[in-house]
Write a protein that binds this ligand. Structure first.
Ligand SMILES: [Zn+2]
Length: 636
């Protein structure tokens, strides 16, 4: 594998689409709560997937294929999070203006130009994730820019769209979807393909995410943000990668896709050198069932017991290439298997590059090669299934093999959690959008835009500078605060409690993160409780040293008050008189030591007293009392 890739040299171009759920009080086209439910569904209904014909008269080939497979969808709903709109029994209500204003805020923060009129469009959706067969989307603004380091990244458009239903299972040809997520407002920010390295892709995604968060109107947590990537290199092809959920993964996804395309280009060069030609990849399928009549391979035996067949095809001059790794764990053979699964509904494929294995013997491989008349430089692929499925699967394998001679195929891939990707479907053609006739266009007036412009939130960079300047925070702490959910709360606490800003910031970032690592459920403590805690510190009712302990207790006792925590933990602060008594007692008990080792007396008493008053007294206060008492001793 190439370690040092010159991304400029290979002409890497990446475009990013960020999809972020908005934290509105209702969904985009109805009044339902934009939340997910965990309980059993109250309502279920079954639909057959049908290919939607766009008004321009084109049928999406992938949609038609799914339709042919006879896929049915079982939708699950509850009454809090779905109504007749989500069930496609009622037309959509007017566009949610709270969502529009948030999108406009983002647009203006990115220097984009709002459209004069918002037109809601329908985008064909083929997988059943939308009860209507399309997703509603509308462009809010065009042609923005953001600064990322020294570079200006063009933003092509900022749009609003409805989120899709979420898949909860699949049994045979029935797919289950939950429609609670359907209709949650999503903002989409799409950059131009102006990103030129994996690292930069991560930085741009981070910068966009920060601007979105600065509006204070976006949902937080896993699953609330999804990024799609368009990646291409010189002599490669445009690959669309869907559904990267974690920001940290973006540079890796780009890196792997570059590796994949470079390796596919290399394979294509080798095939051309070996004089492999697409027209030599013929749809000649051999029934090789007899070869495996006595096989020890479990998968094949199971198929034969069901009366299925083993079909094989020859890939001339492909020997050794199917086991070639494209990115970690993904080989050319894996890509052929993905295609076979998608178009042929088979469990997988076998190929001679990985044999003998899986109970298949050398003798069986030799017999197989003989039947299909394979030469030394040819690979053989075979499938055990019904003749119909196996034929479709092998056709898809041949198609992938022809593409391998040409180079990199254009396709849509889905991101895996480890940063690699898998085949999802062919890249959809154009003409997938047509107007939503149930919603009239909405005019955006200059007055409306200007009003939003007046109240734009600070840009992340400005906020960072201000936190450092106004509160004397160092850059690291200010950055951590902005990455946390507590930047706003921080300012409130500092203003009302007068506790030192650094103490508050460190607690809200480093301390809470540490507690989270110790499995304290930090989200269980409300912002109001946090404010009370710092106010108690300011009033001398609580020491700042006791804050983590109090916080942990409150996280475990959600319905209890701060006073309950102080009481229960025995943290009630000692009165001055009580501290004096403890100091007196310590001095009394160590009188001899004090007289003998006058110089160390102070240290000794401090350590004894602290052991008793830790968390129950302000340390400065205790030290002051010790000093006073010891001076008295000397004087007497
Ligand atoms: Zn609804």
């Amino acid at each position: 594998m190439t370690n040092q890739i010159d991304y400029e040299e290979i002409g890497l171009k990446v475009g990013l689409e960020v999809h972020q759920q908005l934290d509105t009080s209702a969904k985009l086209f109805c009044q339902c709560k934009p939340e997910l439910f965990k309980e059993e569904p109250e309502i279920t209904f079954l639909r057959r997937l049908r290919p939607t014909q766009s008004e321009l008269g084109q049928i999406d080939p992938a949609a038609y294929f799914e339709f042919q497979k006879g896929v049915k969808i079982l939708y699950e709903a509850d009454r809090q999070t779905a109504c007749l709109v989500e069930m496609d029994e009622e037309p959509p209500h007017p566009l949610n203006m709270e969502a529009v204003e948030t999108a406009l805020t983002v647009a203006l923060m990115m220097n984009a130009t709002p459209v004069d009129e918002i037109h809601v469009m329908r985008k064909t959706v083929i997988d059943g994730s939308n009860t209507t067969g399309f997703q509603r989307t509308c462009i809010i603004a065009l042609n923005g820019t953001i600064k990322v380091g020294q570079k200006t990244i063009p933003i092509q458009h900022i749009s609003l769209e409805e989120d899709a239903a979420r898949k909860t299972g699949e049994e045979g040809t029935t797919i289950r979807y939950r429609i609670d997520r359907l209709g949650i407002p999503l903002i989409e920010v799409a950059t131009a393909p102006a990103i030129n390295s994996p690292k930069e892709a991560g930085e741009v995604a981070l910068a966009i995410g920060k601007i979105l968060r600065a509006t204070g109107k976006v949902k937080r947590g896993l699953g609330t943000i999804r990024q799609d990537l368009n990646i291409s290199i010189k002599n490669g092809a445009l690959t669309e990668i869907k559904g990267v959920q974690e920001l940290e993964l973006i540079p890796l996804v780009v890196e792997y896709e570059v590796q994949r395309q470079l390796n596919l280009i290399k394979i294509s060069e080798e095939l051309k050198k070996a004089e492999a030609r697409p027209e030599d990849l013929k749809e000649e399928f051999f029934d090789v069932t007899e070869v495996f009549r006595q096989t020890a391979c479990k998968v094949i035996r199971k198929a034969l017991e069901k009366g299925q067949k083993v079909l094989a095809v020859k890939l001339p001059r492909f020997v050794g290439l199917l086991k070639r790794e494209l990115m970690p764990g993904i080989r050319l053979g894996t890509e052929m298997a993905d295609r076979a699964r998608f178009w042929g509904r088979v469990g997988g494929i076998f190929h001679t590059d990985e044999l003998p294995a899986y109970g298949i013997t050398v003798q069986e491989v030799e017999a197989l090669r003989k039947v299909v008349n394979a030469q030394e430089q040819d690979a053989v692929v075979f499938v055990a299934d019904t003749i119909e499925n196996a034929t479709d699967a092998l056709k898809a394998v041949l198609e992938r093999a022809r593409e391998a001679i040409k180079g990199v195929p254009e396709e849509t891939r889905a991101a895996n959690p480890d940063g690699t990707t898998r085949y999802m479907r062919p890249r959809p053609g154009a003409a997938r959008m047509y107007p939503e006739t149930d919603i009239p266009p909405i005019q955006l007036t200059e007055e409306h835009i200007n009003k939003i412009r007046q109240y734009l939130p600070e840009l992340p960079e400005q906020q960072l500078q201000r936190l450092m300047r106004e509160y004397g925070l160092n850059q690291k702490l200010a950055k951590q605060l902005m990455d946390s959910e507590y930047a706003e709360l921080f300012e409130t606490i500092v203003k009302e409690s007068q506790v030192s800003p650094t103490t508050v910031a460190a607690f809200l970032t480093e301390t809470l993160k540490a507690l989270q690592r110790e499995r304290v459920q930090i989200e269980k403590v409300s912002e109001n409780r946090l404010r009370e805690m710092f106010n108690a510190v300011a009033l001398g009712e609580l020491t700042k040293e006791a804050l983590p302990e109090v916080f942990t207790w409150l996280a475990q006792h959600e319905d209890k008050s701060l006073q309950d925590a102080i009481q229960s933990l025995g943290l009630k602060l000692l009165s001055e008189k009580e501290i004096e008594e403890i100091v007196d007692k310590a001095i009394q008990a160590n009188r001899e030591n004090i007289e003998k080792r006058e110089k160390e007396a102070f240290k000794l008493i401090v350590s004894l007293v602290m052991r008793e008053v830790r968390g129950k007294a302000n340390p400065e206060k205790a030290i002051e009392i010790i000093k006073r008492k010891l001076e008295k001793q000397e004087g007497s």
